[in-house]
Design a binder for this molecule. Structure first.
Ligand code: SAM
Ligand code: SF4
Length: 351
């Protein structure tokens, strides 16, 4: 087992005291929600081809010159921190596939934020010393099946063992590991109990995610395995305990009595959690979205490159946020026509 030494880091210090030097007034939308969590997509490229995330063909990746460069990500992040951002998640595409991912992680680690990332896990063994040095404590990792053959069907890559080993490496090094599982009816719903069983002897935090509609991902309402159905499956076998959810959390958290880990459900489709949303997104080409499902985007990178002040643009984007689900649909997903939703693919937005 390889263990990496933990160093003292700004992320270990109380965020409030460090942030005083930066603080401008907070970002509030017209519904009074304070926004202090930024998700930055580092790239729309990925070494996987997950069928629920990207179109099967005609994938157009962004031109490299259009992507935010490492120094631009740093400058934009700094403005968000001044506006009260306290959490930054790097995502993608696959964030760790970018050659300068470690440089970006290290540069963002100087800010008084909870810095974290969502990854498919394939490069964790290469970057773990950087994550430790940057004070990253928690990682979200995607794994939709515990079976190698099924893994290949979903991702179209033969890398189950690599991802599994990297989860073990993170656990051995004391990381808080959340495992994202997109549940699709008739496809991997029969593995729900296997995932919950995994939480018995390992401190993993499994999060079942309801399948969401994005451009080109062949979503239909019948494939959504809902929050209620997931609980019915688990409750038929285990005694569960409802846990306190995180403030602004998207996951409804549970634990099986006696298990080391926990499980949760992210019920975007059947029971959205927009009322206390605090999230903003930057796509890899520097467009700001105030919601995963927002129709509009604001070009932050373009403004930065022209030398303009980006703070008014960020404020405008947040103020305009719709009350729920980008104003495009509601929890009545059974009647949703996915073809009418105006959005990019998930890989293009940054999950
Ligand atoms: N490549 C990284 C990964 O897979 O974790 C980060 C990007 S990925 C787009 C972020 C998260 O979005 C993953 O947990 C993935 O499972 C989730 N996701 C992608 N498409 C989805 C969909 N259609 N419905 C629900 N979750 C989805
Ligand atoms: Fe890549 Fe993550 Fe999308 Fe899978 S879910 S294709 S790993 S970006």
């Amino acid at each position: 087992m390889i263990k990496y030494p933990i160093r003292n880091h700004p992320n270990d210090s109380p965020v409030e005291s460090l942030s005083k030097t930066y603080q401008l007034s907070m970002l509030k939308d017209k519904h009074g929600r304070v926004h202090d969590y930024l998700r930055i997509s580092l790239t729309d490229v990925c070494n996987f081809r997950c069928l629920y995330c990207m179109p099967e063909e005609n994938i157009k990746f962004m031109v490299p010159s259009k992507l935010m460069q490492a120094d631009e990500i740093d400058r934009i992040a700094q403005e968000f921190v001044k506006l009260g951002v306290r959490k930054i998640r790097l995502t993608g595409g696959e964030p760790l596939i970018r050659n300068d991912a470690e440089k970006i992680i290290t540069s963002l680690s100087k800010y008084p934020v909870n810095l974290t990332l969502t990854t498919n896990g394939t490069r964790i063994n290469e970057v773990i010393p950087t994550l430790v040095a940057a004070g990253v404590k928690s990682i979200n990792l995607s794994l939709d099946t515990l079976k190698a053959e099924k893994f290949f069907q979903i991702t179209r890559r033969n890398l189950f063992a690599k991802v599994w080993d990297n989860i073990q490496l993170l656990l051995e090094n004391g990381f808080h590991v959340k495992v994202n599982v997109v549940v699709m009816r008739g496809f991997n719903d029969y593995e729900i109990l296997d995932f919950v069983e995994w939480t018995k002897n390992q401190p993993v935090h499994v999060r079942f995610i309801e399948f969401m509609p994005f451009d080109g991902n062949q979503w239909n309402n019948e494939k959504v395995f809902t929050y209620k159905e997931i609980l019915e499956v688990v409750d038929a076998k285990y005694s569960t305990l409802r846990l306190k959810d995180e403030i602004n959390g998207t996951a409804k958290k549970y634990k099986v009595y006696g298990h080391e880990g926990t499980f949760a459900v992210i019920s975007t489709m059947s029971a959205p959690f927009c009322s206390n949303c605090n999230r903003m997104r930057l796509t890899a080409d520097g467009k700001m979205k105030n919601c995963l499902f927002s129709k509009s985007e604001i070009d932050i990178l373009g403004a930065l490159r022209k030398g303009e002040d980006i703070i008014p643009l960020i404020r405008q984007c947040v103020i305009e946020k719709e009350v729920a689900l980008g104003g495009q649909f509601n929890s009545d997903f059974e009647h949703l026509d996915a073809g009418k939703i105006k959005n990019r693919s998930m890989i293009n937005i940054g999950g």
